[in-house]
Unconditional design. Structure first.
Length: 140
């Protein structure tokens, strides 16, 4: 779109050079330049609207307007709800990690060799070996 506009501008300038070879008429008049500028501005606006999809979005909205509702919301309530959900997710993840660690300890060492399982975490080691697998986590 912009390339075609530029081509039209160049061709118009060459045509004016061929038709009016005098030095006074070499440069287009102010009115002609103003028309070119307005045309280029309109072309740029059209190009931007087409590339961004604003027109299609407006059409989709108008076509399906009955499917949309606009409601006021409370930003503070939304943030509090999101924070609560994130905290719950992290607590659940922490509990799942504790269970995963416990399962790994049970699978790695025979049950008789597990030292203990505490409420605040999991501690696994073998009695015969000096290499300890020490795992601790906090349960909320």
């Amino acid at each position: 779109m912009a390339a075609s506009c530029f081509l039209v501008l160049i061709l118009t300038l060459f045509q004016s050079l061929l038709i009016c070879p005098s030095s006074e008429e070499y440069f287009p008049s102010a009115a002609t330049i103003k028309q070119w500028v307005e045309k280029m501005q309109n072309d740029l606006v059209t190009l931007a609207r087409t590339a961004s999809g604003v027109d299609q979005l407006a059409e989709i909205y108008l076509k399906n307007k009955n499917l949309y509702t606009v409601e006021a919301n409370n930003a503070r309530q939304l943030v509090e709800s999101a924070a609560t959900n994130i905290e719950k997710l992290l607590r659940d993840r922490n509990k799942a990690l504790v269970l995963l660690i416990l399962a790994a300890c049970i699978n790695q060492f025979p049950f008789s060799q597990l030292a203990d399982v505490r409420v605040k975490g999991v501690k696994c080691h073998t009695g015969q070996n000096q290499n300890f697998a020490w795992l601790t986590t906090t349960v909320f």
